[in-house]
Design a protein around this ligand. Structure first.
Ligand SMILES: Nc1ncnc2c1ncn2[C@@H]1O[C@H](COP(=O)(O)OP(=O)(O)O)[C@@H](O)[C@H]1O
Ligand SMILES: [Mg+2]
Length: 336
C-alpha cells in the first residue's frame, strides 16, 4: 500500500464525470443511469510524470451518502475483479483503495459534460484528500481494513481501465437509434458479440463469479477490433466454493432477457429488469422465464433457428455458458 495526495496542485486529481454520458460514433449522449447508484465515476488525471497507467483511468468511488447500501456491492466488486485478472474483455482493476477527502471538499453535482460550462461544473478537480492505494494482489489486506476505514471516514474506490469504445446500448437500442439499430450491426456481428460475452461468462463462472447485471449500458463495442468489453461487477457474486448450478443458470437467463434480447431485437425482453440504476433485489426478484418479443423490423432480421434459440435461452434451458456458446457458434456458422 502507498499513500498519495489527491489534489489539482499535486497533479493527481479527478476530472470529468464518466457516469453521466456515453459515446457512440462521434456523438455524446447524456445518460440518466448514474443517479441513485452506489458509486460515482470520474476520470483520474495524473500529471506528476510518474503515472502508473498507460492512459488516464476511471476512478469509481463509493458515494459518501450511500455507505451501508454500497458496502456489500463494493466488497463483491473488489473480490471479483481481484480474482478475474487477465480475462480478455473484462475491464481490469488497475488499483484499488480508500480516499479520505479534506474537510472542505464537496462532490460536484451530476451533470453530463456535454458543454465546456457543464464540464467545469461537473468536474471533481477540486476534491482533494489522501489516497491509500493497493495493488490488485493486495486486495485481501484492503478487505481486512474495510470496516475500520469506513468507520474512520475513508471511501473505498477502484481504479479501472477507462472505456472509450462505443457503448452497445447506444448502438443497439431501438429508441436511441430510432430504429437504425438493424443497420448498426449485422446478425453475424450480433451472434459474435453474444459468443464473446458468453465466453467471458464461462471463464467467470469457472473461477466462481457471476455477473447478473446484464444491461447493455455495461457493454462496449470496439469496432476496430470487433471486440466486446464489459464493466461493473458489483451486483455479481463471488462464490468460489460450491457455486450452485441454478445460480449459473440464472446468470444466463439474465444475460438472455436483457443483453441478448436487446442486441437481437432492439429491446429487452418484456418483464425483464429495466435499464437503470438496478438494485440487487430487483434482479433477485426477477422472473426465471421470459418470452421473446419481435417488432416488425426484427421479424426480417432473425431467422427461424435464431428465434428458437433465443426462446430456448429466455426459458432458462441452458445450464452452462459453454452449452450456450456451442449453440451460438452453430448459428454464427450459418451466417455469412
Ligand atoms: N472504466 C470505465 N470507463 C469509462 N466509463 C466508466 C467506467 N466505469 C464506469 N463508467 C461509467 O460510469 C457508469 C457507472 O459505472 P458502473 O461501474 O456501472 O457503476 P454502478 O455500480 O454505479 O452502476 C457506467 O455505466 C459508465 O457509463
Ligand atoms: Mg452500472
Amino acid at each position: 500500500m502507498i499513500e498519495k495526495k489527491l489534489s489539482i496542485q499535486s497533479g493527481l486529481y479527478l476530472a470529468e464525470p464518466l457516469d453521466t454520458w456515453l459515446t457512440a460514433g462521434n456523438q455524446d449522449f447524456a445518460v440518466p443511469e448514474a443517479a441513485g447508484s452506489s458509486a460515482r465515476v470520474f476520470l483520474l488525471k495524473d500529471e506528476t510524470g510518474s503515472s502508473a497507467y498507460k492512459r488516464d483511468p476511471a476512478f469509481k468511488v463509493m458515494r459518501h451518502d450511500k455507505i451501508s447500501y454500497a458496502k456489500p456491492l463494493f466488497l463483491e466488486e473488489f473480490r471479483i475483479l481481484a480474482n478475474l485478472q487477465n480475462i480478455q474483455g473484462l475491464t481490469p482493476m488497475l488499483q484499488a483503495g480508500f480516499l479520505k477527502t479534506d474537510a472542505a471538499s464537496m462532490w460536484p453535482s451530476e451533470l453530463a459534460p456535454l458543454s465546456k460550462d457543464a464540464e467545469q461544473k461537473a468536474s471533481a478537480a477540486h476534491v482533494s484528500g489522501t489516497l491509500s492505494l493497493f495493488a490488485p494482489d493486495e486486495t485481501d489486506t484492503l478487505l481486512e481494513e474495510m470496516d475500520e476505514r469506513l468507520a474512520d471516514g475513508w471511501l473505498p474506490f477502484l481504479i479501472l481501465e477507462r472505456r472509450w469504445e462505443d457503448n452497445l446500448y447506444l448502438l443497439c437500442d431501438a429508441g436511441y437509434t430510432r430504429g437504425n439499430f438493424v443497420k448498426n450491426l449485422t446478425m453475424k456481428q450480433v451472434l459474435d458479440i453474444s459468443i464473446q460475452i458468453v465466453d467471458m461468462l464461462d471463464k467467470a463462472h469457472q473461477r466462481g463469479a457471476t455477473y447478473l447485471d446484464h444491461k447493455l449500458l455495461h457493454y462496449y463495442w470496439n469496432e476496430y477490433r470487433q471486440k466486446v468489453i464489459m464493466l461493473d461487477w458489483n451486483i455479481g457474486h463471488w462464490q468460489p466454493q460450491n457455486i450452485q448450478p441454478e445460480v449459473l443458470q440464472f446468470d444466463l437467463v439474465q444475460f438472455s432477457s436483457r443483453a441478448m434480447h436487446h442486441i437481437f431485437t432492439g429491446r429487452q425482453a418484456p418483464g425483464s429488469v429495466a435499464v437503470g440504476p438496478n438494485r440487487p433485489e430487483d434482479i433477485n426478484n426477477s422472473p426465471r422465464h421470459f418470452k421473446a418479443s419481435y417488432s416488425y423490423d426484427v421479424q426480417n432480421r432473425l431467422n427461424q433457428e435464431e428465434m428458437r434459440f433465443l426462446e430456448k435461452a429466455l426459458d432458462g434451458n441452458f445450464l452452462s455458458a459453454a452449452e450456450m456458446r456451442d449453440h451460438l457458434q452453430y448459428l454464427a456458422s450459418k451466417r455469412l
